[in-house]
Design a protein around this ligand. Structure first.
Ligand code: FES
Length: 158
């Protein structure tokens, strides 16, 4: 069962004070739940967010289902989110994605058997000037090349 830690309840209280209504605080509180739950939002976490903000669970679910940044299922230790939007695609993102799938033996949307990597194809990361780009958990890796990807995978324990 998902329960916020005492520390996160304090963080939630602080976030809540920044917003005029409980509904408007749902995104930062979801982010705290996402972080505590190992980088994804479970049904129990959605319920806990609704409970802590005293809002209907449907309001929380609506936000989770709309925004792709909330993972709806468990992901690996390293979530490799490859941008496949225009600038990145024009600069080789498809080759990067294909290389990751080949190297890690997964299709995008899947997690490696050792739970180390999840590969996702995502929309624009707002880093078009340094395309192709990907996000690894909370960090950006930019100006990607196959060599850079290989070095990163090695660094992350591949
Ligand atoms: S198109 Fe890839 S970061 Fe914008």
């Amino acid at each position: 069962m998902f329960q916020f830690t005492a520390e996160n309840l304090k963080r939630i209280e602080a976030e809540r004070k920044k917003y005029p209504t409980a509904d408007s605080a749902v995104m930062p509180v979801l982010w705290i739940a996402h972080e505590q739950n190992g980088n994804w939002i479970s049904g129990e976490a959605i319920q806990a967010v609704a409970d802590v903000l005293a809002i209907p669970v449907a309001n929380v679910y609506g936000v989770v289902s709309f925004y792709t940044m909330y993972n709806k299922q468990p992901v690996g230790k390293y979530h490799l989110q490859v941008c496949a939007n225009v600038s990145c695609s024009l600069n080789g993102a498809r080759s990067i994605l294909h290389h990751l799938e080949t190297e890690l033996k997964v299709k995008h949307g899947e997690t490696t058997a050792d739970q180390l990597f999840t590969v996702s194809e995502v929309e624009c990361l707002g880093s078009c000037g340094t395309a192709p780009a990907m996000q690894v958990n909370d960090d950006y890796v930019e100006n990607l090349t196959i060599q850079k990807v290989d070095a990163l995978l090695k660094e992350l324990g591949r």
